[in-house]
Design a protein around this ligand. Structure first.
Ligand code: GDP
Length: 144
């Protein structure tokens, strides 16, 4: 295997309920594609409470856990399995800081998000979580 294949990574994007409600899914996906990511899997789903609680389990001790779960189940989301070299770090850079007020110009959250809680997109925070989170929503067979 060549070095470039070794550095191919997967990361999970979720277009959150606020962005789906605003009908900006298309703009977000175009920015992701323009940045060189390949889409390996994509679907629109509605998270139920138990799935949202499980997905965000790492945050269960945080004071906003309940609000986060209720926001993420408030409407449909689009889950997208992305692949690219250095995908995890490059996608985090593309989406910008958690709080859109602190996000750099041109980032997805700066352009499409309204607040720190309703911030348009999710992105995996490590290579390991990129694999785990992609596997949370997609079977191997669903990834093209
Ligand atoms: P991320 O990795 O940039 O998404 O940020 P975190 O891992 O810190 O937080 C996960 C998600 O929880 C964020 O993307 C927000 O949707 C939400 N969140 C973060 N901080 C707050 C907060 O203070 N209040 C609420 N309600 N939600 C928050």
């Amino acid at each position: 295997m060549s070095d470039s294949l070794h550095s191919l990574q997967r990361t999970l994007c979720i277009i959150k309920p606020d962005a789906v409600k605003k009908k900006v899914q298309g703009g977000i996906i175009q920015k992701i594609l323009d940045a060189g990511f390949n889409i390996r899997g994509m679907k629109m789903i509605r998270l139920d409470e138990s799935a949202a609680r499980k997905f965000y389990e790492v945050h269960k001790e945080r004071p906003f856990y309940g609000e986060l779960v209720s926001f993420m189940t408030s409407g449909p989301v689009v889950v997208i399995a992305l692949e690219k070299e250095n995908a995890v770090a490059d996608y985090r850079k593309l989406i910008g800081a958690t709080d859109p007020a602190e996000a750099e110009e041109g980032t997805i959250r700066k352009i499409f998000a309204d607040s720190k809680s309703e911030n348009a997109v999710h992105g995996s925070d490590s290579e390991e979580n990129g694999k785990i989170e992609t596997g949370f929503f997609f079977t191997d067979k669903e990834l093209i």
